[in-house]
Design a protein around this ligand. Structure first.
Ligand SMILES: *[C@@H]1O[C@H](CO)[C@@H](O)[C@H](O)[C@H]1NC(C)=O
Ligand SMILES: *[C@@H]1O[C@H](CO)[C@@H](O)[C@H](O)[C@H]1NC(C)=O
Ligand SMILES: *[C@@H]1O[C@H](CO)[C@@H](O)[C@H](O)[C@H]1NC(C)=O
Ligand SMILES: *[C@@H]1O[C@H](CO)[C@@H](O)[C@H](O)[C@H]1NC(C)=O
Length: 263
């Protein structure tokens, strides 16, 4: 059985092999199978479908091929087809916040999308306004056309003090770069506040450099004051005897010191 079938096939195959290779390819693909997307069976034959951009104005007959005609303006067909008419492009209604993102042509449909700031909602089959991210949150970038906003909490070092459907969290101001100092820390909802006045630069340094010298000065003055008072009181009591006593005491001390050295 198989052998006989093979023999029956052999003749046309050999003939085809002798003919043009292009013709061979077509014959093998089209005529015996007719399963290709680009062909259809009609009146017991395998005929060509119409290519994208054209519709079928007449099917094939036993003697003629299909008749295909181009789609009109504002019409399209995007497949190999047997359609009697082309499809009409849809309208992107600006009143419904729609805009054409692909204009479409004879072979491809027009594609509509929601305008910037809106996204397509399957619930209402309409465009909805994109959600806003409140303070402390920022919109994830890049903002995708036709997609609702994705809000992310601001990370440490970033803030957002507005409600916006497009703005990202902004980085805190770097006071160091501005040659200023941080007067107020930043939060996720507020920026760092810088201060340019030098007095606010000092607080961390002041206690270290000024305080000890102030204490020393205070102690010195106190000691001097106490000494002056004691001296004054003593002098008034003992009068000029003090001066003599002091001289005597000093001489004695010096003599003792030199005596110690000699020993
Ligand atoms: C038709 O539009 C599609 C998609 O926009 C594009 O890929 C194709 O090249 C266009 N065809 C013509 C003939 O302009
Ligand atoms: C912002 O910071 C506050 C205080 O640290 C915190 O409670 C809050 O959850 C933060 N908000 C966000 C969106 O991260
Ligand atoms: C500020 O900028 C300087 C210099 O670029 C950098 O060294 C420092 O870490 C920054 N400070 C903050 C708080 O980002
Ligand atoms: C948000 O922060 C910026 C930068 O610090 C500031 O200029 C702006 O006034 C703030 N806006 C609001 C609404 O607080």
């Amino acid at each position: 059985m198989a052998l006989r079938a093979w023999r029956r096939c052999q003749l046309p195959v050999l003939l085809a092999l002798c003919a043009l290779p292009g013709w061979l390819q077509e014959t093998l693909q089209i005529t015996p199978l007719c399963t290709s997307e680009r062909h259809y069976k009609h009146l017991g034959r395998c005929c060509n479908k119409c290519e994208p951009g054209k519709y079928m104005s007449a099917k094939c007959t036993t003697t003629s091929e299909s008749v295909c005609l181009p789609c009109g303006p504002d019409e399209y067909l995007d497949t190999w087809n047997e359609e009697e008419k082309c499809l009409l492009h849809k309208v992107c209604d600006t009143g419904k916040a729609l805009v054409a993102v692909e204009p479409g042509n004879r072979t491809a449909p027009r594609r509509c999308a929601c305008t910037a700031g809106y996204h397509w909602s399957e619930d209402c089959h309409c465009c909805r306004r994109n959600a806003e991210c409140g303070p402390g949150f920022g919109a994830q970038h890049p903002v995708q056309l036709n997609k609702d906003t994705v809000c992310k909490p601001c990370l440490a070092g970033y803030f957002s003090n507005t409600s916006s459907s497009t703005e990202k969290c902004k980085p805190w101001t770097n006071c160091t770069i501005l040659g200023e100092t941080e007067a107020h820390h930043g939060t996720n909802k507020s920026d760092v506040v810088c201060s340019s006045s030098l007095s606010s630069t000092e607080p961390p340094n002041e206690p270290q450099t000024y305080l000890p010298s102030l204490i020393i000065l205070f102690l010195f003055i106190s000691v001097a004051l106490v000494a002056a008072i004691i001296f004054g009181v003593y002098y008034r009591k003992k009068g000029k005897a003090l001066t003599a006593n002091l001289w005597h005491w000093v001489n004695e001390a010096c003599g003792r010191l030199s005596g110690n050295k000699e020993n």
